[in-house]
Design a protein around this ligand. Structure first.
Ligand code: GLU
Length: 400
C-alpha cells in the first residue's frame, strides 16, 4: 500500500511556507463564515492596473502567444527587462542574461539549485523571507544567519557577514526593501557588504521585488557597486510593484553562466512562464510607472496610520519601516501571559491567539528568523486596517 512514509526525507524535512499556510488558515475560517481580516499575505489589495490587463487581453486577441515560449522568456520582454535594469538600477545585464520565471520564488529556487552543492553554506541576512531557508536546504545547502535586531532597524552588517563566512560559503542573500521588516539598505551599507562579498569571492543574490515600495528615496542595487556586476544575481518581478501577484512573473539578471544554468533547470522543471502573463509584464515594463507610484504613495499613507495604531497597543515595539508593506513588531512582552487555560509562550502562539480571538491573520516571526516578532501586512484597505488593529488590541487586552 502506498503510504505517507514513502515521501522523501527531503520533503518530509521541508518547512511549509508560513505565509501561505497562514493565508490558507484564514481562508478556512472565512469558509466557515467567520469574518477574518487577512494581514498575513504580502498581497497588494489593488487590482492590476487596467492598461496591463488590456495588454494581456490584446495578446489573447492577437492569437500569437499560445505556443510554448522560449524557456527564458520572450526576447522582447527580456530586452525590456534589460533596459529597465540599466535605466532604473544602473545594472548591465544583456537580454541573454535575463531569465523570466513563474514568480521571483522560482527565480530564487533556480539560482540555489544552480550553485549549491551538498553542504555549501549561504549567508542569509535575517530577518529573512520564509522561503530562502527552505529553498537553500532543498538544494542541499546550509543557511547561515546573520541577524539585525530591531534597535538596528533589523539590518545585519558587513562585519557580521565577514565573521560568518567560512570556506564553505558560496553566496549571500538578502532583500532590500526587506520582507518582513521593511528595512532598506543604503548605498553605503551595500558598498560595505559588497567589499566582503568580493574579498571572499561569493555570489550575491539581491532580492529587489519591493524596489518600487521604498519611502527612503532612491533604491540602491548591490549589483551596481563597482566589481559586483559579474557576481550578482538581481531578482525582481511584477507581483508587488504592479499588483500582479497571481500572474506569476519573476525574473533575474545574472552572470551569463548562471543565467544559462537557471534556464537549463527551468527547462526541466516547468519550461517557460505563461505566454499571456509575459505579455502583461511586457506592457507593464514598457509603459510609465504612474500607477506603481500612486500605489506606493498609498502604502506610505497606510504606513503612517498603522504605525500610529500599533503604537497604541501596549507592549508592541515597532520601528519605522522604510519600504515594502509590512510591520514587524516585537511582541515578546506578551510571552508568558494567559487567559483562561491558554498561555502565550511565543510568537506562533500569539499569532494563533490573534487569529482565533481577533479574527485577524498575521504571520509568526519565527518563520522569518525572529521569534520575538509577528509580521503584519498593511497591503489592505484603511477600513480593514483600522478594524483589524482595533480587534487585535481588544483581544490582547484580555491577556494578563
Ligand atoms: N511574498 C509574499 C509574502 O511574503 C507572498 C507569499 C509568499 O509567497 O510567501 O507574503
Amino acid at each position: 500500500m502506498a503510504t505517507p512514509e514513502m515521501l522523501s526525507t527531503r520533503i518530509t524535512n521541508m518547512a511549509e511556507s508560513a505565509t501561505l499556510a497562514m493565508a490558507a488558515k484564514a481562508r478556512e475560517y472565512k469558509a466557515k463564515g467567520i469574518n477574518v481580516i487577512g494581514l498575513s499575505l504580502g498581497e497588494p489589495d489593488f487590482k492590476t492596473p487596467q492598461h496591463i490587463q488590456d495588454g494581456a487581453k490584446a495578446a489573447i486577441d492577437e492569437g500569437k502567444y499560445f505556443a510554448y515560449p522560449p524557456v527564458n522568456g520572450y526576447l522582447d520582454l527580456r530586452e525590456a527587462i534589460s533596459a529597465k535594469l540599466k535605466n532604473e538600477n544602473g545594472l548591465d545585464y544583456a537580454p541573454d542574461q535575463i531569465v523570466v520565471s513563474n514568480g521571483a520564488k522560482q527565480s530564487i529556487a533556480n539560482v540555489f539549485q544552480a550553485i549549491i552543492n551538498e553542504g555549501d553554506e549561504v549567508v542569509v541576512f535575517s530577518p529573512f523571507w520564509v522561503s530562502y531557508s527552505a529553498l537553500i536546504e532543498l538544494a542541499g545547502g546550509i543557511p547561515v544567519y546573520v541577524k539585525g535586531g530591531i534597535e538596528d532597524d533589523f539590518k545585519a552588517t558587513a562585519s557580521q557577514l565577514s565573521a560568518a563566512v567560512t570556506d564553505k560559503t558560496k553566496a549571500i542573500i538578502f532583500s532590500s526593501p526587506c520582507n518582513p521588516t521593511g528595512s532598506v539598505f543604503t548605498k553605503e551599507e551595500l558598498e560595505a557588504i559588497a567589499k566582503v562579498v568580493i574579498e571572499n569571492d561569493l555570489v550575491a543574490i539581491a532580492d529587489e521585488i519591493y524596489e518600487h515600495i521604498n519611502y527612503s528615496g532612491a533604491h540602491a542595487s548591490i549589483g551596481a557597486v563597482e566589481g559586483m556586476q559579474d557576481r550578482t544575481v538581481t531578482v525582481n518581478g511584477m507581483a508587488k510593484g504592479f499588483a500582479m501577484t497571481g500572474w506569476r512573473v519573476g525574473y533575474i539578471g545574472a552572470p551569463l553562466w548562471l543565467a544559462k544554468a537557471c534556464s537549463k533547470i527551468q527547462g526541466q522543471f516547468t519550461s517557460a512562464n505563461c505566454g499571456i502573463a509575459q505579455r502583461a509584464a511586457y506592457t507593464a515594463l514598457t509603459t510609465d510607472l504612474a500607477p506603481t507610484k500612486a500605489m506606493a504613495e498609498e502604502y506610505l499613507r497606510r504606513r503612517a496610520l498603522v504605525k500610529e495604531l500599533l503604537d497604541e497597543i501596549p507592549g508592541f515595539k515597532t520601528n519605522v519601516p522604510q519600504g515594502a508593506f509590512y510591520f514587524f513588531p516585537d511582541v515578546s512582552a506578551y510571552f508568558g501571559k494567559s487567559t483562561g487555560d491558554k498561555t502565550i509562550s511565543n510568537a506562533s502562539d500569539l499569532s494563533m491567539y490573534i487569529l482565533e480571538n481577533a479574527h485577524v491573520s498575521v504571520v509568526t516571526g519565527e518563520a522569518f528568523g525572529d521569534p520575538d516578532c509577528i509580521r503584519i501586512s498593511y497591503a489592505a484597505s484603511e477600513e480593514d486596517l483600522r478594524t483589524a488593529i482595533a480587534r487585535i488590541k481588544e483581544a490582547l487586552s484580555k491577556l494578563s
